[in-house]
Design a protein around this ligand. Structure first.
Ligand code: WQD
Length: 322
């Protein structure tokens, strides 16, 4: 089986490539290297530099391919509200180009990197796949639109897809094979790490007046290697069942912002310089997944998502090159 991984040089994509290679899948990475990094490429995977905005390049990359994993999208929520045109072009035009190229090259399977952002403000804390979808930012809108496009291309052209709705992706490959650090990260754990390594002088906790046990927001942190494994299993599912699915990927457990900071301090025996700041707009109080559908359909069980492993695998990479 040969799989095209679009965005395979990125943070999640490189972990997906590793999981595929470990399962003896032939991998071809297609990445424009706008945020992907050379250090994340595996020598056992073929690499084509190219953009999903170039249909000819996409068609060429799809030659001899059995399925596609598509992770190449812009993903900064705040930026998507300021520059929607950039997100429309990359995440929507790019996705349409991909679907059309797949039709042309007769490639039938697609695993798509979606997001809990499709749900918008949760109406209940533990979100299942039947929760209404109503994104509150343009980034989440682009992910939902792609899900809808895939449903049409399934009905009209027989492309079968699994849309994986990630909750909060964290952690790094435990064997140290993936070392690329995101530049100028805004997500909690990288911000904690940058504060520890001195890249940032201090960090802010956005709100401690929420209706949660310690007042800070609660999220479902899922280790990126667990996420990666779900992509490999989703491909197997498509080959076996030929049926499209939307699946949450999370642990079902929540941790608060303060818990993440205090646990990091305890595990690393270091102090983190943080202040309490006002709430960040658009942050839901609690967002955790019900991921039993993925467990059942893919036989997927997160193995690496305990907080200790998440923090230590991330710190290992930051300590090395942060
Ligand atoms: C987690 C918690 C912050 C930084 C985002 C996207 C979502 C998905 C995953 C891509 C929140 C708090 C953070 C800081 C803080 N993206 N925080 N200080 O917002 O849950 O999810 O990433 O698919 O669509 O919205 O993740 O890591 O930004 O925040 O206090 O410096 O940490 O307020 O409560 P979020 P996050």
């Amino acid at each position: 089986m040969r799989i095209l991984v679009i965005g395979g040089a990125g943070y999640i994509g490189s972990h997906v490539v590793k999981s595929l290679l470990q399962n003896n899948v032939q991998v071809r990475v297609f990445d424009d290297m706008s945020t992907g990094q050379a250090v994340n490429l595996f020598k056992d995977a073929e690499f084509i530099k190219g953009t999903i905005l170039d249909s000819d390049a996409l068609e060429h990359a799809l030659e001899g391919v059995d399925g596609v994993i598509h992770l190449a999208a812009k993903k900064a929520v705040g930026e998507s509200m300021e520059y929607p045109e950039k997100y429309a072009q990359n995440n929507l035009t790019g996705a349409i180009n991909l679907l059309n190229a797949m039709v042309k090259k007769n490639v039938k399977y697609l695993v798509f990197s979606s997001s809990a952002a499709v749900y918008g403000i949760p109406q209940y804390a533990q979100v299942d796949e039947n929760h209404p979808v109503n994104p509150i930012n343009f980034y989440g809108f682009t992910k939902l639109e792609m899900e809808r496009l895939m449903q049409w291309y399934d009905t009209l052209k027989g492309i079968k897809f699994v849309s994986l709705r990630y909750f909060n992706a964290v952690g790094y490959d435990a064997e140290g094979d993936i070392l690329g650090l995101e530049k100028n990260p805004q997500n909690l754990l990288p911000v904690i790490m940058e504060t520890l390594t001195g890249i940032r002088e201090k960090m802010a906790v956005f709100g401690t007046d929420y209706n949660t046990p310690d007042g800070s927001c609660i999220r479902d942190y899922i280790h990126v290697s667990d996420l990666a494994e779900a992509h490999t299993l989703a491909l197997k599912y498509l080959q076996k069942n030929n049926q499209s699915q939307m699946l949450n990927l999370g642990t079902g457990r929540g941790h608060s912002v303060l818990e993440m900071i205090l646990e990091t301090e305890k595990l690393l025996n270091k102090k983190i310089n943080y202040t309490i700041a006002p709430r960040r707009s658009g942050d839901p109080e609690t967002l955790t997944a019900i991921a039993t559908k993925a467990e059942k359909l893919l036989n997927w069980y997160p193995q690496q998502s305990d907080l200790k492993n998440i923090i230590l695998t991330t710190w290992a990479v930051y300590q090395k090159n942060g």
